[in-house]
Design a protein. Structure first.
Lengths: 278, 308
């Protein structure tokens, strides 16, 4: 999708998505709030100006595909799908509720969702199938997959990482939300991934490292995929878990904890949202 | 049976450009012609079954009918969660083919024995399970599955000798009656069909009139055929090269327990909750578990005589 002339305030859009995600989780009540905040800036840029998707034609065979492999970062997906008009804003009130929206990314009457996830390591193999089908049919659609860092412990991802380079899937891009914290502890103290960029280069992926909260850098990088012809693209996005809410940032605990009522107004203020209403 | 499968895939693949064959680095001397004839419909993922199954789901999500192909447990248990979450939950058109189910790869030992597959996959919503009785059924089943959208499991062996003397009418979910008998109906699935026919002959020599049904589809199960057998014959036996828990025997007993108007003497033949404790050929291992025709006929004739 062509970049719009007027520079958008991605920060404002991302923070609105963050707040919607926080409110969903607050009201549920549910967990994984910090996991939804680290990818918010990337999600905002992707849906605003990169993905060729149309809520009026969610099943268009030529659409770009975005798959959220870290399916526990769900409320940010529901927030952006509502923001773009795939689902109504009212449905966000049903997050985690009976007959409502799933606590993991779930394709159940939810246009815009390509694959139900929640168990880690599933989206990338699936994405390879979609990308290969597109290549062989000479279609122009692109496939983007967002993975978490901890999720790279799943072996199925590495099967797909090997596969994608062999089949020259340059219509496939992965974005790693590298917030350095996994379920129980810091990544480096659990299963160290470093040197991560070198791993992807060694696996023959064209790889770039970016600041996952710098909108200009995110946009420029996503606009330039594929980085090389015949190679899949890997974007290692350095992010901060819980980004945007100081007391949640870079903390293991906010994978699990939930916000108190009195914290909500201060979060709205910290995110710079005027007249915010959920 | 492999030949029946690949013949159907080659013929249908020529007509249907959306029919794909995805192999997990197996199928030597079987898949080559398909690969050469339809390179754009063929894929070898290497022995990476999670990836193979996820890719198949992704391909199916773009409108393809995808057959994944491997042997024994590999395309099932190694990637069970991909089958559940990616294929079955999304109700995608992926057909899983496992060659050499049961004890086919006998002496290759336990890692290559596919003896829990049906039980595991029966619990999966949206899943169709087909275990053809011979090469003819295998070809017919493959064609039928191509025209039946949704997840399926095709369990075949490498035996090619036909049991059917002429081409039977084949429908997924409809058992095929091989012969009628009033004393007992032998219900077999997969390549136990040959054994079932042999058992019927052995019983005939002992004046026991045995019918044989090829229950090629384990899910959805042909309940009518089972209830008809319960009504028209004095006993029922199930024959499967699979653990007795969770497979055909369990499925048939569910129908009999819930729906048969009266109790019918019922015998399950299968692997008795055990791994193979010795190394040996398929025939050797079948004997070890009393799954050869002579052992089955002996157990049935003595049980039926006791009841008489």
């Amino acid at each position: 999708m062509k970049r719009t002339a007027a520079k958008k305030d991605y920060g404002q859009i991302a923070n609105k998505l963050r707040m919607d995600a926080i409110m969903m989780i607050h009201k549920a009540p549910a967990a994984h709030v910090a996991s939804n905040l680290s990818p918010a800036d990337i999600i905002a840029v992707l849906y605003e100006d990169i993905l060729n998707v149309d809520p009026k034609k969610p099943d268009d065979p030529d659409r770009d595909r975005f798959l959220m492999s870290k399916g526990h970062a769900t409320s940010i997906i529901w927030a952006v799908l509502a923001h773009k008009g795939f689902i109504s804003h009212e449905r966000l009130y049903g997050y985690y509720k009976d007959n409502g929206l799933g606590g993991h990314v779930t394709k159940l009457n939810t246009p815009g969702v390509e694959l139900s996830t929640g168990s880690l390591g599933h989206a990338l193999p699936f994405a390879c199938g979609v990308a290969l089908a597109g290549k062989r049919a000479k279609k122009n659609y692109r496939v983007f997959v967002m993975l978490s860092d901890g999720e790279l412990d799943e072996g199925s991802n590495w099967e797909a990482i090997l596969f994608a380079q062999h089949f020259k899937l340059d219509n496939l891009t992965i974005i790693i939300d590298y917030n350095k914290i996994q379920s129980l502890a810091r990544v480096e103290d659990t299963i160290n991934l470093e040197p991560l960029a070198k791993k992807f280069e060694a696996f023959n992926w064209a790889t770039k490292e970016i600041d996952g909260h710098n909108h200009e850098e995110i946009l420029k990088t996503l606009e330039s995929v594929p980085f090389q012809k015949d190679r899949p693209s890997c974007i290692i996005a350095h992010t901060v878990k819980g980004k945007g809410v100081k007391f949640m940032e870079d903390s293991v605990g906010w994978h699990y904890w939930n916000t108190k009522d009195e914290q909500i107004p201060e979060i709205i203020k910290e995110l710079g949202l005027k007249n915010y209403k959920f | 049976m492999r030949n029946g499968l690949i013949k159907a895939l080659e013929e249908e693949g020529a007509k249907n450009k959306n029919l794909w064959l995805v192999v997990g680095d197996l199928g030597f001397s079987v898949i080559e012609k398909f690969e050469k004839s339809y390179p754009d419909q063929f894929l070898n993922t290497g022995p990476a079954e999670q990836n193979m199954t996820g890719i198949a789901a992704g391909l199916a999500a773009t409108g393809k009918t995808v057959f994944t192909y491997s042997i024994a447990n590999f395309p099932i248990m190694r990637c069970l969660e991909q089958i559940r979450n990616d294929v079955c939950y999304h109700n995608l058109d992926v057909k899983i083919v496992a060659v050499g189910a049961g004890f086919q790869y006998g002496a290759l030992a336990s890692s290559h024995h596919g003896t829990e597959d049906i039980g595991v996959l029966r619990t999966m919503p949206n899943m169709t399970i087909v275990a053809p009785g011979d090469r003819i059924e295998s070809e017919l089943a493959t064609r039928a599955l191509i025209y039946r959208p949704g997840p399926a499991y095709l369990r075949i062996s490498t035996e090619e000798a036909p049991i059917h003397k002429k081409i039977p009418k084949f429908e997924i979910g409809k058992a095929i009656t091989i012969r009628l008998g009033k004393d007992i109906t032998l219900i077999s699935t997969g390549s136990m069909l040959k054994t079932a026919v042999d058992v019927a002959e052995l019983l005939k020599a002992k004046k026991i009139d045995a019918g044989v049904i090829s229950m090629h589809t384990v899910k959805p199960l042909d309940e009518k055929a089972i209830l008809a057998a319960a009504k028209n014959t004095s006993a029922i036996a199930t024959l499967e090269e699979h653990q007795i828990y969770g497979g055909l025997g369990s499925a048939v007993s569910e129908v009999l327990a819930e729906q048969a108007p009266k109790k019918v003497p019922y015998f399950r033949f299968g692997i008795t909750d055990s791994f193979a404790k010795k190394i040996g050929s398929r025939d050797f291992l079948r004997k070890e578990f009393g799954l050869d025709a002579h052992s089955i006929a002996a157990r049935l004739s003595s049980a039926l005589r006791r009841r008489a």
